[in-house]
Write a protein that binds this ligand. Structure first.
Ligand code: 1SD
Ligand code: ZN
Length: 255
């Protein structure tokens, strides 16, 4: 039973409002054999990702979201400007094979972490389709504790109720990501937000290398975070169904 629609809108994803029926929507299934190699998709430079800080985290009733900021940005990767990191959030299920929004050759992962970046001021004329750059990381479950992920996991029980906040003990984004030399391989396509109003303003990057966390760390999400705690509605399956690729091309980095 779908206890409650995961994004706290009153209707299911097929009735979402706004731009959700347009034709450049996210997420998609990435077919690796059809992804076109693009030499301009060079490795990113992650500026400030190594900065350790106590981040604010909140239960937004459709995800857990860590507020970033403080001058972290990404450069390169064929983006038209620098993009500033504004927030990080996750999508998950209770099952290790269906919590990611994107899939790769039909395979879903346990979770998907999104780092949302906003285009920084540039002299060129603004266009809407490149307002945001979201970095998507697949999360795979295993038997080894991921120490870099642990501060976020420990904060979950403090934000079990919707619209509550807490602080993640000091960590850096770099601590949470795979080693930087493993981030050279990624996919790129033009898409949308995966929540209403599904604005088609996102340059998507989905990395090939998954983040690996312990099964117990993964289970803390569906165990501790709620859509509605009084009604015991645990937050899970906050995942939009796959959308048609349509006429779009998915690109892949050379590496
Ligand atoms: O689902 C998130 C939504 O919560 C919000 O963070 C939005 C950014 O304004 O991004 C979408 S998503 O497309 O990154 N999943
Ligand atoms: Zn997301």
């Amino acid at each position: 039973i779908q206890a409650k629609e995961p994004n706290s809108h009153c209707v299911g994803p097929d009735q979402w409002p706004g731009n959700c029926k347009e034709n450049q929507q996210s997420p998609i299934n990435i077919v690796t054999a059809k992804a076109k190699s693009n030499p301009r998709l060079t490795p990113f430079i992650f500026v400030g990702y190594d900065k350790k800080k106590q981040w604010q985290i909140k239960n937004t009733q459709h995800s857990v979201e860590m507020t970033l900021g403080g001058g972290m940005c990404i450069i390169g990767g064929d983006l038209p400007a620098r993009y500033e990191a504004i927030q990080l959030h996750l999508h998950w299920s209770e099952m290790s094979d269906k919590g990611s929004e994107h899939s790769i050759d039909g395979k879903h992962f346990a979770m998907e972490m999104h780092i949302v970046h906003k285009k920084m001021a540039s002299s060129s004329k603004g266009q809407d389709s490149d307002k945001l750059a979201v970095l998507g990381f697949m999360v795979e479950v295993g038997t080894k504790t991921n120490k870099g992920f642990q501060p976020l996991v420990e904060a979950l029980s403090r934000i079990s109720k919707p619209h509550t906040n807490s602080t993640v003990t000091e960590c850096s984004l770099q601590d949470m990501l795979p080693p930087s030399d493993k981030l050279h391989s990624y996919f790129r396509y033009q898409g949308s937000l995966t929540t209403p109003t599904c604005d088609e303003t996102v340059i998507w990057t989905v990395f090939k290398e998954p983040i690996k966390i312990h099964k117990d760390q993964f289970l803390e999400f569906s165990k501790n975070v709620y859509y509605d705690k009084d009604q015991k509605l645990n937050m899970k399956d906050n995942v939009r169904p796959l959308q048609p690729l349509g006429k779009r091309q998915v690109f892949k980095s050379h590496a």
